[in-house]
Design a protein around this ligand. Structure first.
Ligand SMILES: [Zn+2]
Ligand SMILES: [Zn+2]
Ligand SMILES: [Zn+2]
Ligand SMILES: [Zn+2]
Length: 306
């Protein structure tokens, strides 16, 4: 299962959709570096960040190149990893010697770049090497769409994702910190690895998604319910929630801390950080009819004192 952190779309080249955020396209100027100033002044001035990234991108693996940067006798560059795998230049087919591209290495050491998530609000500027480390953990990096019923590749900030969930996935939005939501499945005995519609609760000025999924835990078919917080990990920890299912004098409850949207629903599911209900119990709670699930999940969200 792919870790959540590796799925972010490359947004080096801002899409036209960025105007949706009401943020002007990149306009950073790097007056403290003669090289980047020269690049900014060149014909690619509109996107100096992306031009520098392009220069330092290995044409074979597309990863950013770091010293020792290699080149062919004709000056085509490639990264040291790829050089060990190919014998001729991927561009001109000339035999590769052992030539380093010191000029590009110097550029990579001397330039400073704004974070690539500047369009999302990050104001940080880093050296080339540090910016790559920073961008993996930048708190402004876009989130993945949490919709679990189908693979969705949409990324963006929280406001963008909320609009997208409403418009494209038609999710239900509810105001309030208490909820009861009924999950229905007409043929539960055949359900494996399924996810239900994703109700979203607006509360404390934030949004929380209630996930409900079916999967096999070992050999036992189970349902699992948990809450995802639409925001970062630090903010998620300030809240708690409880979930309850029951019937006929029995009750299962779960109290937990909502997980940040930074964790994919698969990550949360695999860590079993939620209310787990054996299928037979769930069917019992839903009225004892073994061929229909109609399970009411009652929940509450509260803010923990700081
Ligand atoms: Zn490479
Ligand atoms: Zn070449
Ligand atoms: Zn950043
Ligand atoms: Zn989506």
């Amino acid at each position: 299962m792919a870790p959540g952190g590796s799925k972010y779309q490359d947004i080096r080249n801002p899409r036209s959709a960025d105007s949706d955020y009401g943020i002007a396209p990149e306009s950073a100027e790097f007056t403290n570096s003669p090289i980047s100033a020269a690049i900014t002044g060149g014909k690619h001035g509109a996107g100096s960040n992306s031009v520098v990234h392009e220069l330092l991108e290995c044409p074979v693996c597309m990863d950013p190149m770091h010293p020792p940067i290699q080149q062919c006798p004709n000056g085509h560059t490639l990264c040291v990893k790829c050089k060990s795998k190919v014998h001729v230049c991927p561009i001109c087919r000339h035999e590769l010697g052992n030539i380093r591209c010191l000029a590009l290495e110097k550029i990579s050491e001397s330039i400073e770049l704004p974070c690539r998530y500047q369009i999302y609000g990050c104001q940080d500027i880093f050296t080339y090497h540090m910016s790559l480390l920073h961008e993996q953990n930048c708190k402004f990096r876009p989130y993945n769409c949490p919709y679990a019923r189908s693979e969705c590749a949409v990324t963006g900030d929280i406001q963008h994702l909320i609009a997208h969930l409403k418009e494209d996935h038609k999710v239900d939005m509810h105001d309030g910190c208490t909820f009861n939501h009924v999950f229905v499945e007409s043929n539960p005995q055949e359900v494996e690895n399924a996810a239900w519609e994703l109700p979203i609760f607006n509360c404390f000025g934030h949004q929380f998604c209630l996930h409900f999924e079916a999967f096999n835990l070992g050999l036992a078919p189970v349902y699992m319910a948990f809450l995802l917080f639409m925001g970062n990990e630090d903010d998620a920890k300030r809240y708690s929630y409880s979930l309850e299912v029951g019937g006929f004098g029995r009750k299962l409850t779960w109290q937990g801390v909502p997980r940040s949207l930074r964790d994919s629903h698969k990550t949360v599911r695999d860590s079993l950080d939620g209310l787990i209900i054996q299928r037979n119990i769930a069917l019992y709670f839903s009225g004892g009819v073994m061929n229909e699930l109609e399970l009411e999940v009652v929940g509450r969200i509260w803010r923990d004192p700081l």
